[in-house]
Each structure stands twice: as structure tokens, then as C-alpha cells.
Design a protein around this ligand. Structure first.
Ligand SMILES: Cc1cc2nc3c(=O)[nH]c(=O)nc-3n(C[C@H](O)[C@H](O)[C@H](O)COP(=O)(O)OP(=O)(O)OC[C@H]3O[C@@H](n4cnc5c(N)ncnc54)[C@H](O)[C@@H]3O)c2cc1C
Length: 536
């Protein structure tokens, strides 16, 4: 049996930040459990490797339950199952969200989580290529860099959006998120900066940090209302790790609620249904699931300048590979979106509630998202999502067997606002494509296609073809004890159980207006301080 001061479950975005920061103190013994392998796969380092990794064994490959809001489809939900977690397979886009998102968390009763409270943690994490400033940090573990490619189609999109009335924004993580511009990526010198590379690289050699990979936590051990350790399986053999001080769950928005439920902490009726003894009836565990649902507009391009051509040419791929190997630049350094836009779906909305990811590539996707076929002609796409969806879903045990995946019900587009926003978003994408700067490149709209005009037709298209943009959060909601669905308090301690915290994307009470990796890392950074203070 292993013993440590803290046992961390999950070496993902938040878990790596936690393990890295806590082990800076040589007096704290840290044991980190990760279900996946070490992050040695070379495709992880290569930014464009994203397109391969999301559907590879480096992902848990979850699948949602049939969802009425998207025509009864089940869709694939990739999550990282490897050291670095989802930050090792994600689209690399660096977005924090809006200051209002965090001020809203504070308004919900979460002292210590307003934007001014969390900004120091974003900055402490950051190694901003442009240097330090009032809102950015430099010298932190996480590389944040400008895109190393300026594609003519992205330039055209940015100019077209400006023609359509949106301001140019050189820094989406600056004073205002509004407007159009290029994304920054979590890369350093053209190489992915995953949370594992950022936080564990230097920490791995510390004698007070032990990392156990291929180790699936199966249950939190609770004695007399206090978490005292974790049971886990490695190569099918059961082990236990004892925690002298705390157990910290950082398994992500799908696995953390599942592990709590497997441990008898969750909605009593659900646990009993699966033969799990109830340790603490906590109704919110697994509820409050929120995700960004995407819709995509795709055009045929007039010129053979898109990534489609590179994908279908071995010669061009070799050139791109060589450019990355020798110069760390070029088309291999892109993430899941090159240019972006944040804007409002309607004038009465308080702050931007739509996000766009523009890319000079086009493809067909199977209904469940598990197969992608890049077109053999030039094309490009603009992918959009509503930033603060009102639809709520859940994660629930399907079985008491920890090796089985839980049931995931996203309930996409179940809220009226979400439906209106996605329709408005498609209309905005089309309007931008009609601006003079874009016109020379547009050979025609492939999908939804020019015959899809009425609101209900556009909505039908979104229901039939959309998918996840991979940002599930909220399933171990942070909130005061008076909130029936709150799972952790503002210090991330699980309500009703001693010595147990959750620190990952699952604690977000509401989705942030943007991609969620930076926020998950911030949560790990802040949790490390909360644990350290509690230990002194
Ligand atoms: C395909 C994809 C693309 C994305 N693109 C972007 C993007 O471009 N920009 C952005 O900001 N965000 C993006 N995201 C979202 C972002 O990466 C996640 O929100 C963030 O990484 C979540 O961090 P986390 O710490 O909560 O969980 P994760 O990083 O998922 O970490 C959880 C870790 O816990 C491990 N684990 C789970 N259960 C157990 C268990 N029982 N025992 C042991 N270990 C366990 C997992 O294997 C995993 O390593 C993307 C996500 C995906 C999947």
C-alpha cells in the first residue's frame, strides 16, 4: 500500500497543475494516479496531431445517450486518457472567458472566485510569448503563443468580419473579448504545451512526487465521514493508496462525478439502483452538466489554397512535416481554430454569447462524429457555438463496475435561448461570408446550403449535424450548502465529507464564455493554494 499526504486522482489539466504546485513544497508527499499512459506519443507534441489524437486510444471515447434535442443521435465525446488529460489531445486554443463569467460565479455565493480573485492564477500559470502585462503573465509553466501561420482565407475572414461591423481584437484575453482576430495557442516554440509538459516536466524528478500511470481509481475510501485514500486498479490488480491529509479528485467533468457515485457519494436513489452503498446522499453529483454545442457552416472555395489540398498530397504533407521539424512553423502548428470571432446573438444580450472558430478546411462528418472525411476539393468552414448555454444534462452511473463508462445525457438545445442563439449564429456566419473581402473565395455554400433559409430549417440543420466542441463542465458544481445541487464549497471541499476535494472542470457552476482548458488549469492552480493553506 502506498501512503502520501495527498492523493490526486487524474493527471489532466487541473491535476497536473495541482501535482506540480503541491510538490514544489518538499515537505508534501504527493501521489498522482492517472488512468491513461505516460504522454510519450510523439503526436501529442505536434499541434496538428490534435486531429488524429481525439479519435485515438489516447481518448476515453465516451458516447452520449440518444439525445432528443439532436434528433435522437448519440455522439462521441473524446476526453484525454493520458498524462496531461484533455490538454494532451485538445485543440490548443487559449481562451480564459469573460471577466463577467467569474464575477457571476462569485454572485452565486462562491467567495474567492470573482475575476479579480482568479486573474492572479491565470497569470501565474502563463508564459505569454508577447511578454508580461497588466493582464498577462510571463515565465509561468504554460506556454501561450501566437499562431505561426497567417492563411489568406483567415485574413479574408477577419477583414470580412470587420466589414460586417465587428471590431478587430488582437487579444481575446485582454480587456475585452469582443471582435475578430487570431487565436493564441497553448504552445511553446511550435510544440504543444500540455499541462503535463508544463507542470510535470520539471516536477517528475522530485522525490516527493510519485506518478502512477495506467492506474484507474475505482473508489474513494471513506472512514467515519472522512476520505482516507483511494482504491485503484493497475493491470487488473487492486491496490490502495492512503492519504494522510487529503484526497483530491481531478478526473474531469465525466469521471469525477462517476467516481464520487461509485464511492457512495451522490443521489441515493441512483446509487441504490446500481448496488452502491450510500455513504452520503448528495443529489447534485453528476447533475448540472453543460457543454458547448457546435454548428458548422461549410463553403466550397474558389482556389486550391485550403488545408484540404495538403491533406490529400503526400508531397505537401512531407513539406509541412519538414517545416515543423526544422523551423517549428507552418501548417503543422495550427490548433482547432485559426481565426475567431466573439459577438452577440442579439442586441439585447449583455456580452458576446457566440464564439466562432474559422478554419481553411472542410469535411463530412458521420452523424456520431466518429468518422471525418476531408473533401477532395478546396473548402473552408466556420464553426460556432453559444457561449453560455442554458440547457442542462447529467452524468449517471450505468453500472457499479468502475470500468464501465457512465451514461452521459447532454440535453443539447433543450432551452429556447440555445436554439435561438444557434440559428442567429448561422445567419451571422453567412452574412460575413457575403462581405467583399470573402466574396472572391466563396464558390458556394455546401452546408446547410442556400435552400435552408427559414429559422426552423436552420435549426433542423443544427440538430442533425452539430456536435460537441468538447467543453463539458458543471457536474460537481461549486456552491454554498444552501444550493441543493452544490457538490463542493468555494474551497472545493465536498459537502458532507471531510478530507475530500474536487478540483477540475466539473466544479464550474456555469460554463465560461470560451474554451475551458485555461480555466481548468486556473482551478488546479487555485486548488493547490487552498490545499497548502489548509495544511499549514
Ligand atoms: C478533443 C478536445 C478538444 C478541446 N479543445 C480545447 C481547446 O482548443 N481549448 C481549450 O481551452 N479547451 C479545449 N478542450 C477542453 C479542455 O481541454 C478541458 O476542458 C480541460 O482539459 C479539462 O481539464 P480537467 O482537468 O477537468 O480534465 P482532463 O484534462 O480531462 O483530465 C482528467 C484526467 O483524469 C484522468 N482520470 C479520469 N478518471 C480517472 C480515474 N478513475 N482514475 C485515474 N485517472 C482518471 C483522465 O484520464 C485524465 O487524464 C478540448 C477538449 C477535448 C477533449
Amino acid at each position: 500500500m502506498t501512503e502520501a499526504d495527498v492523493v490526486i486522482v487524474g493527471g489532466g489539466s487541473a491535476g497536473c497543475a495541482l501535482a506540480g504546485r503541491l510538490s514544489e513544497d518538499p515537505k508534501i508527499q504527493v501521489f498522482l494516479l492517472e488512468a491513461g499512459p505516460s504522454d510519450t506519443d510523439p503526436w501529442i507534441r505536434l499541434p496538428v496531431g490534435y486531429f488524429r489524437n481525439i479519435l485515438s486510444p489516447l481518448s476515453w471515447g465516451f458516447e452520449t445517450e440518444p439525445d432528443a434535442g439532436i434528433n435522437g443521435r448519440s455522439i462521441v465525446w473524446p476526453r484525454g486518457k493520458v498524462l496531461g488529460g484533455s490538454s494532451s489531445i485538445n485543440g490548443l486554443i487559449y481562451i480564459r472567458g469573460q471577466s463577467e463569467d467569474y464575477d457571476h460565479w462569485r454572485q452565486l455565493g462562491n467567495a474567492g472566485w470573482s475575476f479579480s480573485d482568479v486573474l492572479p492564477y491565470f497569470m501565474r500559470a502563463e508564459d505569454q510569448e508577447r511578454g508580461a502585462s497588466e493582464l498577462h503573465g510571463s515565465g509561468g509553466p504554460l506556454g501561450v503563443s501566437d499562431l505561426r501561420l497567417r492563411h489568406p482565407l483567415c485574413e479574408a475572414f477577419i477583414n470580412a468580419a470587420i466589414e460586417a461591423g465587428y471590431p478587430l481584437n488582437q487579444d481575446f484575453n485582454g480587456k475585452s473579448q469582443d471582435g475578430v482576430g487570431y487565436y493564441q495557442l497553448t504552445t511553446r516554440n511550435g510544440v504543444r504545451s500540455s499541462a503535463a509538459a508544463a507542470y510535470l516536466g520539471p516536477a517528475k524528478r522530485r522525490p516527493n512526487l510519485r506518478i502512477e500511470t495506467d492506474a484507474l481509481a475505482t473508489r474513494v475510501l471513506v472512514e467515519n465521514g472522512r476520505a482516507v485514500g483511494v482504491a485503484y486498479l493497475k493491470h487488473g490488480i487492486p491496490y490502495e493508496a492512503r492519504a494522510h491529509r487529503e484526497v483530491l479528485l481531478a478526473g474531469g467533468a465525466v469521471n469525477s462525478p462517476q467516481l464520487l457515485q461509485l464511492s457512495g457519494i451522490g443521489p441515493a436513489a441512483l446509487l441504490k439502483q446500481h448496488g452502491v452503498a450510500v455513504v452520503h446522499d448528495l443529489p447534485g453529483v453528476g447533475e448540472n452538466l453543460q457543454d458547448h454545442y457546435l454548428a458548422r457552416v461549410i463553403w466550397r472555395c474558389t482556389r486550391p489554397i485550403t488545408h484540404n489540398e495538403s491533406h490529400h498530397s503526400l508531397w505537401r504533407q512531407a513539406k509541412i512535416g519538414a517545416e515543423w521539424l526544422f523551423k517549428r512553423s507552418g501548417a503543422a502548428t495550427i490548433g482547432a481554430g485559426e481565426a475567431g470571432l466573439f459577438c452577440k446573438s442579439a442586441p439585447e444580450v449583455a456580452t458576446a454569447d457566440l464564439q466562432y472558430h474559422f478554419m481553411p478546411v472542410s469535411f463530412e462528418r458521420s452523424a456520431d462524429g466518429s468518422r471525418v472525411q476531408i473533401h477532395d476539393f478546396p473548402g473552408f468552414n466556420n464553426t460556432l457555438n453559444q457561449s453560455r448555454p442554458e440547457s442542462r444534462g447529467w452524468i449517471r452511473l450505468k453500472s457499479g463496475d468502475p470500468r464501465q463508462h457512465p451514461a452521459i445525457q447532454a440535453n443539447y438545445l433543450s432551452a429556447d435561448y440555445d436554439r435561438r442563439a444557434i440559428v442567429a449564429g448561422i445567419r451571422i456566419a453567412r452574412r460575413i461570408s457575403e462581405m467583399p473581402a470573402m466574396r472572391p473565395y466563396v464558390a458556394g455554400e455546401l452546408s446547410p446550403g442556400k435552400d435552408v433559409v427559414a429559422d426552423d430549417e436552420i435549426l433542423d440543420y443544427a440538430r442533425a449535424t452539430g456536435g460537441t466542441i468538447y467543453h463539458p463542465v458543471g457536474t460537481c458544481k461549486m456552491g454554498p450548502a444552501t444550493d441543493r445541487l452544490a457538490v463542493v464549497d468555494p474551497e472545493l471541499r465536498v459537502h458532507g465529507i471531510e478530507g475530500l476535494r474536487v478540483a477540475d472542470a466539473s466544479i464550474m457552476p456555469t460554463l465560461v464564455s470560451g474554451n475551458t482548458n485555461a480555466a481548468a488549469i486556473m482551478i488546479g492552480e487555485k486548488a493547490a493554494d487552498l490545499v497548502r493553506v489548509a495544511m499549514t
